[in-house]
Design a protein around this ligand. Structure first.
Ligand code: ZN
Length: 509
């Protein structure tokens, strides 16, 4: 059987029977000339031959195996072959286990380069070919088991190695290849003792990949059951590996995959529910949301680099789409053709007012608003002041504290933001256009914490309680020349982020 010259995988019989001079590998997806695949096979078999001649006792040829009695075969296997295979097998087994400890799925339109294999797939397929070559010498149960485990382990591992490459690039059709590789790997691990949970996990992932392919082709209804089944199966795998000494290393990875399966079934669910919109159009919105260049490093990398956040983001997108189809959203009063989402934050702080004997603590309650798309603006991440209504900007702390007379009731200026946010009521958006919120509640909370850290960093007398995220609200705004105009209620506290918003980059539905 010909071998792919790029990854070493045996090429499909189906493909080989065609007359075309070009063949496409169903494991890595690369096309190549038939003659190149033939040349690669010859090279590989040459390496197998040289390994055999180094491994078998001098003068013994595999072609004579049929004429050699089983006692002699048993002896050759255990004295010459086993020591070499065992060493390599345990190396591959270790590497495969460590690959299995990584999440092996990625959501559509995203890439993941965290899973890195210690070998190339060609290495693993090469080992597989060597073990296959000495199969006839395995006569007893133990030898046969060794051969089967080594063969299947290397096949399953090689298939997963190919998938790690597919995870790194968002190429069209990658989910078909991944589904194929997961199925093959699942079947392979299924034949190795103790790898049942890996077999189940990879089968679940194969189904989820098939679902992704359908979803990307606009068949969200068809994809839904693949995601739901995959989710159920992975839940089963998670409980199976929680007490498994060998495969317990998969636990965290399976958790991540469960979250992905949940996100996918939610996504397929709300696309399927119709909501009058074209599924491909919604998918395009999803694509734009997922393919933003979110911060992957620095203090925001931990939150924004974690794809679990998309669960909440798509939850909010789903609410927006349902509102467009006749539902409601918390919308503040006022005119404006565009509904722009903001996080409404309740902030309480206290400060020392007065001097010496007249000192007293003053408690203040303020409302902060955060534009819910701040996560795509690196300025906001670097300078939290620019991502919210900067209430301390109007009366900076340093200037204030020196001159406090004990009659101050506040050192911030909320400018009536609270009055604006308090008007939010569940109302249908009507024909107004809606900007999609791109951040999560946790991220909003972090922005406020970062902001407070900036405001209180110099031996401050400010005391702040934990900010509380009240809700996501939608404020009617107008757009002029592509720029957002917020209502007068913001006063002087228009977040810098809002001034930088540009209609062409906003995700509007
Ligand atoms: Zn290939």
């Amino acid at each position: 059987m010909l071998r792919c010259k790029y990854c070493g995988a045996p090429l499909d019989k189906k493909v080989l029977e065609s007359d075309s001079p070009y063949i496409t590998c169903s494991s890595c997806g690369t096309s190549q000339q038939r003659m190149d695949a033939k040349a690669y096979l010859d090279q590989m078999m040459g390496q197998v031959q040289s390994w055999i001649s180094k491994t078998l006792p001098g003068g013994f040829s595999l072609s004579q195996t049929e004429n050699v009695d089983s006692v002699a075969r048993f002896s050759i296997f255990n004295n010459n072959i086993r020591p070499r295979i065992d060493t390599e097998y345990s190396e591959y087994r270790f590497a495969a286990n460590s690959l299995l400890s990584n999440p092996l799925m990625t959501l559509p339109f995203t890439t993941d380069s965290s899973a890195v294999a210690a070998h190339s797939s060609a290495d693993a397929f090469g080992f597989n070919a060597r073990v296959k070559s000495i199969e006839p010498l395995a006569v007893d149960e133990a030898s046969k088991n060794t051969v089967i485990s080594a063969e299947e382990m290397s096949t399953g591992y090689a298939m997963l190695i190919n998938n790690t490459k597919l995870l790194r690039e968002d190429t069209p059709g990658r989910y078909i290849l991944m589904a194929n590789n997961f199925s093959e790997a699942s079947a392979a691990f299924g034949k190795i003792k103790g790898y049942g949970p890996a077999e189940d996990r990879l089968r679940a992932l194969a189904g989820i990949c098939t679902g992704c392919e359908m979803l990307l082709n606009g068949n969200s209804a068809g994809s839904l059951s693949y995601f739901e089944n995959g989710y159920e199966q992975l839940i089963g795998v998670r409980s199976a590996v929680s007490a498994d000494l060998n495969l317990g290393i998969m636990y965290q990875a399976v958790e991540t995959e469960i979250t992905q399966a949940k996100i996918l079934s939610d996504l397929a669910g709300f696309i399927t529910k119709g909501i009058a919109a074209d599924p491909l159009e919604i998918l395009n919105t999803v694509k734009r949301i997922m393919s933003f260049n979110y911060a992957k490093t620095g203090k925001w990398g931990f939150l924004l680099g974690n794809k679990d956040r998309f669960g909440e983001v798509f939850g909010n997108l789903s609410k927006v789409l349902s509102a467009k189809a006749g539902g409601t959203l918390p919308i503040t009063s006022g005119a404006g053709e565009y509904l722009i989402p903001f996080w409404d934050i309740d902030l309480r702080y206290s400060f020392q007012s007065g001097a010496m004997w007249a000192k007293k603590s003053v408690e203040v309650k303020e409302d902060l608003l955060i534009p819910a798309d701040f996560v795509i603006d690196f300025e906001c991440l670097n300078n939290p002041r620019s991502g919210l209504t900067d209430i301390f900007s109007i009366r900076p702390e340093t200037g204030i504290l020196s001159g406090i007379k004990g009659t101050e009731t506040s050192i911030s200026g909320g400018e009536g933001i609270g009055r604006l946010s308090d008007t939010a009521r569940q109302n249908p958006p009507g024909t107004r256009k809606i900007a999609v919120p791109l951040s999560t509640e946790k991220e909003a909370k972090k922005l406020v914490s970062e902001y407070l850290a900036v405001c209180t960093n110099q031996g401050s007398r400010l005391k702040l309680s934990n900010p509380y995220v009240k809700s996501l609200i939608y404020i009617p705004c107008n757009i002029r020349d592509g720029r957002v105009e917020v209502p007068a209620g913001f006063g002087k506290l228009i977040p810098e982020r809002v001034k930088r918003m540009n209609l062409s980059q906003m995700i509007i539905v």
